[in-house]
Design a protein around this ligand. Structure first.
Ligand code: A3P
Length: 345
């Protein structure tokens, strides 16, 4: 009898203990997420009148919950109306550079409660067929957000496509433009690696990087090779400068975003006139991936897809030296125009 009572008591204690631990874990998770969802202090600048700058706590809570559902297209019309959600044209665009770290930048900026990302690359301005569908088509591709939040999209092809600066200018001549760059030779190899992987997936063979990057007739750098051309940042930027003043661009150091993301993100927050909200808490180094990953709260973390951070093939050192020498004068010009100097060789 006494033994039975003891077993019952133990069972009760076990249930109570589990309940207490469960509640504690729930509370810690809530506090973790609410900690990130404090009401914002005013956002200065061009993103709307000051009186409307306060983003209510409710709005920020939705960003991680309901808003996620809305973005996936699961919202009913009634929900959208009730929460005053809108699809807004982007106030800032990550225009490139391909393989510079554009996805990491977009995802990391999306940690900010006042930023809402367009998940897909829309390719509105660089694709004639899409562009012909008109600006309303583009707007409808944007995620739902609160009027005081800013929408950001990224399509790295914009940076190198001839027609894009004029088209973006026609949409919004005061838009903010983000360009993320990496050391040009590394970027070119990363670009090649992505194409190579695509070919291998289709069981196709492909040339070695050295063969594409160096013209076999002249033994000089092959400027017809797209991966090389894309890395001549200054040439592309000069086309953009015919439409936008340099103040409307912010250059992000893609190499530093890999090793030390927070200071780079803080510079972007400043450029976008956003109050600093992204903290070290939101970024943790994942040793298995070898990259920083994102932490939204104690329960929700994510790393970028495996297609980001590929292992590059080994490239002949003489080719690397040749490419670095080739890019050098263009890099100097790029530093001069942008006012941002990098330690590129
Ligand atoms: P590699 O695959 O060459 O390493 P993009 O998104 O513009 O295609 O850029 C891809 C690059 O983003 C990757 O190039 C990777 O180095 C870089 N990157 C920067 N931060 C990253 C992160 N936190 N996780 C994964 N990749 C990151």
């Amino acid at each position: 009898m006494l033994f039975k009572q003891q077993v019952l008591l133990r069972q009760k204690l076990f249930v109570l203990g589990s309940l207490a631990i469960g509640s504690l874990l729930y509370l810690v998770a809530r506090v973790g997420s609410l900690d990130r969802l404090q009401p914002l202090c005013p956002i200065d600048g061009r993103f709307g009148p000051r009186s409307q700058d306060e983003i209510p706590l409710r709005a920020l809570q939705f960003k991680r919950g309901l808003l996620h559902e809305f973005r996936k297209g699961n919202a009913t019309k009634e929900q959208i109306r009730l929460h005053n959600l809108v699809q807004q044209l982007p106030k800032a665009i990550i225009i490139g550079v391909r393989k510079g770290g554009t996805r990491a930048l977009l995802e990391m900026l999306n940690l900010h409660p006042a930023v809402v990302k367009a998940s897909q690359e829309i390719h509105f301005f660089d694709n004639d067929e899409n562009y012909a569908k008109g600006i309303e088509w583009y707007r409808k591709k944007m995620p739902f957000s609160y009027p005081h939040q800013i929408t950001i999209e990224k399509s790295p092809a914009y940076f190198i496509t001839e027609e894009v600066p004029e088209r973006i200018y026609k949409m919004n001549s005061s838009i903010k433009l983000l360009i993320i760059v990496r050391e040009p030779t590394t970027r070119a190899i990363s670009d090649y690696t992505q194409v190579l992987e695509g070919k291998e997936r289709k069981n196709k063979t492909y040339y070695k990087f050295e063969k594409l990057a160096i013209d076999p007739n002249t033994c000089e750098v092959n400027t017809k090779y797209k991966a090389v051309r894309t890395s001549i940042y200054t040439k592309h930027l000069e086309r953009w400068l015919k439409y936008f003043p340099i103040e409307q661009f912010h250059i992000v150091d893609g190499d530093r975003l890999i090793t030390e993301p927070l200071p780079e993100l803080q510079l972007v927050e400043k450029f976008l006139n956003l109050p600093p909200r992204i903290s070290q808490y939101n970024l943790y180094f994942n040793a298995t991936r070898g990259f920083y990953c994102l932490r939204f709260n104690i329960v929700f973390n994510k790393c970028l897809a495996g297609s980001k951070g590929r292992i590059h093939p080994e490239v002949d050192t003489s080719v690397i030296t040749k490419l670095r020498k080739f890019f050098h004068p263009f890099n100097q010009k790029f530093y001069q125009i942008t006012g941002r100097t990098f330690n590129w060789p």
